[in-house]
Each structure stands twice: as C-alpha cells, then as structure tokens.
Design a protein around this ligand. Structure first.
Ligand code: SF4
Ligand code: SF4
Length: 469
C-alpha cells in the first residue's frame, strides 16, 4: 500500500491497462440461518427469550461481524457516492490518464510561477543541496500491483478495488535476479496498492528471504488487509519471514482515519494492529518491527516525529492496548488525488507556498531517490514511487553521459532529469528491469526531478523511509 500522501483523481477504470489480477475474491457469504424447528403445535418453535445485549457487547458483535467480511463492498459503495471521485472518473474517460497528468503538472507549475519560483533544481542549487545525482542503490522498492481493498482520499497511487494491474511472475523473477546480484541493496520494499493482495507478494517475500537472510524486507501494509478473507494467516506469514511492517494509520482518532481512508477503516486497522501484536510485532526484543505512518489529513505539513510519536504511543496503548516501534511522519505529496483535492479547494498555490517556506537543504541532500530504485508493476524503472505515478522514468543511457547531462542541466538552473524545469512531456519511454544488467547501472545518473519534488524537501523531509533530514 502506499503510505504517503494525498488526494485527487485520475482513476483508470478496471481493466483499462495492465495485466489483470484474478478477480478479487468475493466476500464470504453469511452463513444461512438454521431452518426453524417444528413446534409441537406445528408452528415454528418460539426462540428462547433473548437477553438484551449490553452496549459493549453490541459493539463487540458488530466488530466481529464486520471482521468476517471483506471491506471491498463498502469501499465500492463509498466510491459510488463520492462526487469528486465520480467527476474525476468522468474527466479520465474524456481525456485519458496522460492528459490529466499533464494538466496536473501545469497547475503545479502555474502555482510556482505565481510564487516566482524557477524550478526545483534551481532552488536546490541555490540552497546548497548536493547534486541531484543517484548514488549506489541501497533500496529496491517494488510496486507489486495497484489493487487495494481501500480507496483513500489521499492515495497518490490512485488505488482501489477497481484497479487490476499487477506484477507478473517474469517481472518478479527478474527483480529477484537483480536483488541477488546487488549486495549493496540492504532493503526490499514492497508496496502497492495492497501488496499482500497481489499474486507475486508471498513469492517475493519467501524467495528474497531465502536469498538474503540479512535483508530488510518491508511490507507497506494498510492494516485492513489482515482482515480480508483469505488473509487469516498473513500476520503469521510476515512474522515467519521476519518482514518489517510499515503500516498507515494517519491518526489515532476514528473520525480522522475514516474520513481520509474510508468508513470502517479505523476499527479494522485496530483489529489488524492487534493481530500483528499477537504475532509478536511491536514487542520489545521480538525482532519484529511494526512502524506506523502518519500523514496530514489536510493541506498542512506533518509535525515532527518527536512531537507526535509519544501521543500516538500513549493513545494506542491506553485505548486499545496496542504497541508499535516507530512513527514515520510524512508530508502529503501534491500529486494525483491530493493535487485534485487541493485544486478543487483552490488551495494548491497555498500548499506549494507552505512547501517552499519549509524548504530544508538537509532534506534535499537526504532525498530517497538518491539510493532507491523504484520498479513499477510492469517492470519499468523510476527514481521514486512518485515519479512512477507521474510516469516520469529514470534517466536512461550510460551513467557517465547521463551524469554529465544532469550536471549541465543543474548548472543551468533546470531540472536534472528529463522533465527539467518545464517538462511534462518528451520524457521518453524509460526502461525496464529487463534492460539493465545490474542495479549499479543506475549509479551516477541524474535524478528526474520536477515541480512535485518540493513535497520531499519540506521540514524534516519526507520519503518512504520517513524523515530525510
Ligand atoms: S487506497 Fe490503498 S494503496 Fe492507496 S493509500 Fe489507501 S491503503 Fe494505501
Ligand atoms: S519526488 Fe522528486 S525529490 Fe522526491 S524522491 Fe522523487 S525524484 Fe526525489
């Protein structure tokens, strides 16, 4: 699942692109009630007088019932009644994904122009940020597919139960080959959608663990997936393979979580956390790390971890008996659903201003794209998950030539990547995992930055692994 960042709209209708997942499993049917017993007088037996349930018991019963069924029907219902989403779907059908992404980029650029900002690369150069060039790959992040049982208002991947794109076996196999040949990579980071609901997830985890016992394997988990039918053994599977769980929980209040992630998500997230705790996650000395991710519920920046983590720990422990290791505080990236959310409220320029005001050169020097290789479900290679969703591929070509081009562009105050200071088109098709001989091929290449990148450099910095400053 994706944990970052924010809300708006370019949904692809199911099956419009990509390889299809098997149809999502239907929620199990409620068991049929037993037939009424014949009463001595030929009528139905009178039921024994039921004791009225106390309030707590009713709540428990409601939660138990809820947890026996999939969240998907509820998510689809919410999507149907979401006017903004329906408007976005209509725009998508009329214009297509590429045109909407270009429009979104132009809107960000207009905001920056209004603020007198030349480009992300120029600001970095002026503020003493280290050159925007890739170092050695340390993290391999795979988006295993876009299907999700949720459809959060802030999702930058625009996942939902309607998405069907998923990594195939050949692409997963190639990623494992590249991982095996890259001893410098210390982390395999699996994301989605809900990665656990994609066909290659358990294979990737099992084979990567067998390959590299010391590897950190991350599952970006939305928590509610633990309650989906067929995932009853998920917590045990993750624990057995020593997977680090990084889970979204943007607040410890039910109304905030449900508002951002959908009705019923908070209760299910708490149940998911309890299942992880029961499997040993979050317990001191267990070696099973459970980290939570906070992202803001509106057009403001994330507070520091130091400020928020103690409150999270106290609230979750006191109210629900839940323990976890660390809280990652991430900013919302002004792309996709969140960009749309901002635009509809005429708040994009104010948000870009807030990101600029909080520009932190140290965060720029720690950008995740410096050492992360991001691979899409179809095997294409990107500098980060955000560029993946914006279809901005990593720079192709020889490392030396690309680095030289990047340095020249940065010196000119333009983007180091193909988008430059005014891209949005002409980025080329990029390349796939089948077209690189090693992840080291990317070392030294310029990073494909663009006007959304200010989301990574605000405050303490924001990346998939947390703060970057
Ligand atoms: S819709 Fe799914 S992938 Fe997107 S943010 Fe929500 S849980 Fe994560
Ligand atoms: S959005 Fe830009 S700055 Fe952030 S990780 Fe991606 S390429 Fe780097």
């Amino acid at each position: 699942m994706t944990q970052m960042m924010a809300g708006a709209t370019h949904w692809r209708a199911a099956g419009t692109s990509g390889r299809s997942l098997a149809a999502p499993r239907a929620p199990p049917r409620a068991p049929l009630p037993p037939p009424p017993r014949a009463a001595p007088d030929g009528g139905a037996a009178a039921a024994p007088a039921a004791r009225p349930l106390q309030r707590g018991e009713q709540e428990q019963q409601r939660q138990q019932q809820q947890q026996r069924t999939s969240l998907v029907p509820e998510t689809l219902e919410t999507m149907e009644s979401d006017d903004e989403l329906q408007a976005a779907l209509a725009a998508l059908a009329a214009k297509g994904q590429a045109a909407l992404t270009r429009e979104e980029r132009r809107a960000r650029q207009r905001s920056l122009d209004g603020l007198g900002v030349p480009s992300f690369a120029r600001v970095c150069a002026d503020r003493g940020v280290a050159p925007l060039v890739r170092g050695q790959a340390r993290i391999l992040q795979l988006n295993t597919g876009l299907y999700c049982n949720q459809a959060c208002t802030h999702c930058h991947v625009e996942s939902s139960p309607k998405r069907t794109e998923a990594m195939d076996a050949a692409t997963a196999g190639r990623c494992l080959e590249l991982l095996a040949a890259a001893p410098g990579v210390h982390t395999l980071d699996l994301t989605g959608g809900a990665p656990e609901l994609t066909p290659q997830f358990r294979r990737l985890v099992s084979e990567a663990r067998a390959l590299r016992p010391e590897l950190t394997i991350i599952d970006r988990c939305n928590l509610t997936v633990l309650l989906e039918p067929g995932q009853e053994d998920l917590a045990a599977f993750l624990a057995a393979h020593r997977v680090r769980v990084v889970a979204s929980l943007p607040c410890y209040s039910q109304s905030n979580v449900d508002g951002q992630r959908g009705a019923g998500v908070f209760d299910r997230s708490i149940a998911g956390l309890r299942a992880l705790n029961a499997a040993g996650y979050g317990a001191e000395g267990s070696g099973l790390a459970l980290d939570l991710v906070y992202n803001p519920g509106g057009a403001f920046l994330a507070p520091s971890r130091e400020k928020l983590e103690p409150a999270y720990k106290q609230e979750l422990s006191e109210a629900y008996g839940i323990t976890f290791n660390s809280l990652l505080c991430l900013n919302n990236m002004p792309i996709k659903r969140f960009a749309d959310w901002l635009l509809r409220r005429d708040a994009l320029e104010a948000y870009m201003q807030a990101l600029l005001d909080a520009f932190n050169p140290a965060a720029g020097s720690g950008l995740m794209c410096r050492d992360t290789v991001s691979v899409a479900w179809d095997g294409r290679v990107f500098d980060c998950d955000f560029n993946q969703q914006l279809d901005i591929p990593a720079a192709a070509g020889s490392s030396r030539a690309a680095a030289a081009a990047g340095s020249a562009a940065a010196a000119a105050g333009e983007g180091a990547g193909p988008s430059g200071g005014g891209g949005g088109g002409g980025r080329g098709r990029g390349f796939s995992v089948f077209e690189v001989s090693s992840l080291d091929d990317l070392t030294g290449r310029p990073i494909a930055v663009d006007n959304h990148c200010f989301g990574c450099t605000a405050g303490s910095g924001s990346g998939c692994q947390g703060a970057t400053a």
